[in-house]
Design a protein around this ligand. Structure first.
Ligand SMILES: Nc1ncnc2c1ncn2[C@@H]1O[C@H](COP(=O)(O)OP(=O)(O)OP(=O)(O)O)[C@@H](O)[C@H]1O
Length: 756
């Protein structure tokens, strides 16, 4: 059979499947309409039932039971609607491009042909028209070369003979390209996908997942999966396909709410938000490190990594670097823990519990309780016992205060409505001591802020405890004077409700350790993108906070934009040491997909070990270094951007910091096509964008212009990470602009220099 004949047959099949998908969508639409009517009907009914009389006890109980039942019915109806909507989304995702792969196999002597797409589709007889790309058998499409291959099933490893592997590119239900291949998912389709222009949203890559990426996506054994992947190697893409894969495989035990992704900034969250829905899945929870810390330290303003980077720009004093490195190590957290546990005689720093302007429990009273609890107990147990004793004292006080005159008179003054409300809220039966019970409930409500303070551990001051431990700490990093000055400066900051990034994690760790709090058992998977920005102390704290979670950490040691000015240790070595007791797998991705070969080759020359990075064979223009006369610099930059914008939808001018971005913007102020992006942006428009590199982390643009690549701005090796990250954001075109004084980092690139 010729390829054209088989293409005709394949096209025929696409047409048949497309019709079946359309029909199924029609049917789902009808079911959704019916389900919606049903939900409305139950909700109306629910509303009427809740209006039943609630003053008589019997009626009240009956109403409660009925309301519960109605609530369940509503929940079921809504759930049913959700399932139908999700089915519809999956079908819509198949519309126009129902599948991308086909495998012909022989299993146990039987021949079979399977088509692979973003989700499963069966016809009315239960025949599989499309297999989900995450089904066990689909794994061989990504991994297997023709011949005998294995795949994992729930019952163990199965062997099949893979006879044919065919790839399709189907657009609007027409086969655009189709060919048979042997090894990985072929270059030709990848070429075509990668040549497309940048988009506001990252796309799913299921049709072209590469071998190593597939290993990351399908790993279910490791506690810690660490991926060191060069710029543009598909780390972020792998995260998202992995989330989709894990959700499919653990459907009965996990949903998207059990997964948390730590993302580098708000722009990034929006950028990746379409991938999972395009695979028929819900997005996982997302949080930036700063949001995570700030949520846990409410009332304190924690410095962001971006703010610190902006402040740090120039050479940091050696002592600052030493102290910071120490505080960011996991050893530092261990040291705090040790100091705390080795001094059982030490009384924690407690605070008065204030009620209506006066201490209800004084810190002396709390300290005394803590001191009387057996010193041999672990600190969290002593803390809990103290807390329980306080709660008991509060309960006793409630009990004792019932007969107080002021309570009695407050009850007498209650309106009938309020009186009745207390009875209803607390389900108080009629009896001789009804008034006592009402008094008790009244006091419980009145004293609720105290109870709240106790439950939330507000009677303990972790900030003072931290300062105390710092004072107590023997260290030989810096002179005692400098150490003391540092402590005083933290104290001053705390006074103004501010905190450094490195202190914030230490304080959280200490607080959670002492109070046995801050632990979330429900999260099963943590993903951290751009892990090179995280300190070991932060990773240790995150692991401590989510004890049941497996962690997938993805980063690039060469894109250490935010901390390279002072950090020296290697990412992979540090992470491996930190998690030495866990089952850790490290995967390296050396193939870069984002940029043209010319751009990747240019960028890799900046790195000491750049020759390990493999460029993808997509050709484009050479990068250009444009040198302008000092007076014409901004004019030149502006014209370069406008020129590029005629050819490319998104042109990003990337700077070292926000101030530089703002300065450029003033030169553009007459143009409406230009956007100055800052840390609060949630999405990126098309046109010319100006932004500091740290906000462009993880993103990509058709054309990139590096601003002011001069010896002043990029003086030495410590600037390599920033420059490398700038260059690798470009998909198709890279221009570096500079006045006469070119950075020494570009010394070997004389051929690319264009004097203007
Ligand atoms: N297997 C693939 N098939 C198609 N496109 C891919 C594949 N892998 C990566 N890409 C594309 O390459 C680009 C870079 O991918 P991604 O952003 O996931 O890389 P990254 O390693 O996270 O990059 P960086 O660290 O530089 O931010 C994206 O446009 C992505 O769609």
């Amino acid at each position: 059979m010729t390829i054209n004949q088989s293409k005709d047959e394949e096209q025929q099949r696409v047409n048949d499947v497309a019709k079946k998908i359309d029909k199924k969508i029609e049917r789902v639409d009808q079911s959704i309409a019916q389900a919606h009517q049903e939900t409305n009907r139950i909700e109306r009914n629910y509303g009427e039932n809740t209006k039943v009389n609630t003053t008589e006890i019997d009626d009240q109980m009956e109403t409660n039971a009925s309301v519960q039942q109605q609530k369940q019915l509503v929940a079921l109806a809504v759930e049913n609607e959700n399932i139908l909507n999700s089915d519809k989304l999956k079908l819509e995702n198949l519309q126009g491009s129902p599948y991308f792969g086909r495998i012909d196999i022989v299993e146990d002597g039987e021949e079979d042909t399977l088509y692979i797409g973003t989700s499963t589709l069966q016809d009315d007889n239960g025949e599989f028209l499309i297999y989900d790309w995450r089904a066990p058998i689909s794994g061989i499409y990504y991994n297997g070369i023709l011949g005998k291959v294995h795949y994992q099933t729930p019952n163990g490893t199965a062997e099949v003979d893979l006879k044919k592997k065919r790839q399709f590119q189907i657009v609007h239900n027409k086969i655009r390209t189709m060919f048979d291949t042997n090894e990985t998912v072929g270059d030709e389709i990848l070429q075509s996908v990668l040549s497309e222009y940048s988009d506001e949203y990252l796309k799913n890559i299921v049709a072209t997942i590469q071998h190593e990426q597939n290993t990351i996506i399908r790993d279910t054994h490791s506690d810690i999966l660490l991926v060191q992947g060069v710029a543009g190697s598909g780390k972020t893409s792998a995260i998202l396909q992995r989330v989709a894969y894990l959700l499919y495989h653990s459907r009965s035990t996990m949903n998207a709410d059990n997964i948390v992704l730590f993302s580098p900034n708000k722009l990034f969250s929006n950028y990746i938000s379409e991938v999972l829905p395009s695979l028929g899945e819900r997005n996982m929870r997302q949080v930036t490190l700063n949001e995570f810390i700030s949520l846990r330290l409410s009332g304190v303003q924690v410095e962001t990594l971006f703010e610190r980077y902006e402040k740090d720009e120039h050479n940091l004093p050696e002592t600052t670097v030493k102290i910071r490195l120490y505080k960011e190590s996991s050893d530092f957290l261990d040291k705090l823990e040790q100091l705390e546990t080795n001094h059982p005689e030490h009384i924690l720093h407690f605070e008065d519990v204030i009620f209506e302007g006066k201490p209800f429990f004084t810190k002396e009273e709390i300290s005394k309780i803590y001191d009387t609890v057996n010193h041999a107990y672990h600190i969290p147990d002593r803390f809990l016992k103290t807390k329980n004793i306080l709660i008991k004292r509060l309960q006793k006080r409630i009990h004792d205060d019932r007969q107080q005159d002021w309570v009695q008179s407050e009850i007498d003054n209650l309106s009938d409505e309020d009186f009745q409300q207390i009875i209803t809220d607390h389900n108080i039966q009629e009896s001789t001591n009804q008034r006592d019970i009402i008094a008790e409930e009244f006091l419980r409500e009145r004293y609720a802020p105290i109870y709240n303070a106790l439950v939330n551990n507000y009677f303990f001051n972790p900030y003072k405890e931290y300062l105390f431990l710092l004072n107590d700490m023997k260290q030989n990093l810096v002179s005692d004077n400098i150490w003391q000055t540092m402590i005083e400066s933290i104290d001053d900051q705390i006074e103004t409700h501010k905190l450094n990034l490195s202190d914030s994690v230490a304080i959280l760790y200490l607080r959670d350790l002492i109070t046995d709090g801050g632990i979330n058992h429900a999260i099963q998977h943590i993903f951290i993108d751009e892990v090179q920005d995280y300190t070991m102390a932060q990773l240790k704290y995150i692991a401590h906070s989510f004890p049941n979670a497996k962690m997938t950490l993805l980063g690039d040691r060469a894109q250490d934009v935010l901390t390279s000015s002072y950090r020296k240790n290697d990412l992979v070595t540090e992470v491996t040491e930190l998690f030495s007791k866990k089952k850790l797998t490290t995967i390296t991705l050396n193939q870069s997909y984002r940029s043209t070969a010319e751009i990747t080759n240019f960028a890799t020359k900046l790195l000491p070990k750049g020759n390990e990075i493999k460029a993808f064979s997509r050709q484009g223009e050479n990068p250009v270094i444009k040198v302008f006369d000092n007076n014409n610099y901004y004019q030149g930059l502006k014209e370069t951007a406008k020129e590029l914008n005629k050819r490319y939808d998104t042109v990003a001018i990337l700077t070292r910091n926000q101030a530089q971005a703002e300065q450029i913007y003033t030169h553009f102020s007459d143009e409406s096509i230009v956007t100055l992006v800052d840390a609060d942006f949630r999405s990126i428009p098309k046109g010319i964008l100006i932004l500091p590199i740290y906000l462009a982390k993880g993103l990509e643009f058709d054309a990139v212009i590096g601003h002011d690549i001069s010896a002043n701005n990029y003086p030495d090796k410590r600037s390599v990470d920033v420059l490398y990250t700038i260059c690798t954001r470009a998909m198709h075109s890279l221009t570096l602009c500079v006045d006469k004084n070119i950075s020494p980092l570009l010394k070997s690139e004389k051929d690319l220099i264009l004097e203007q």
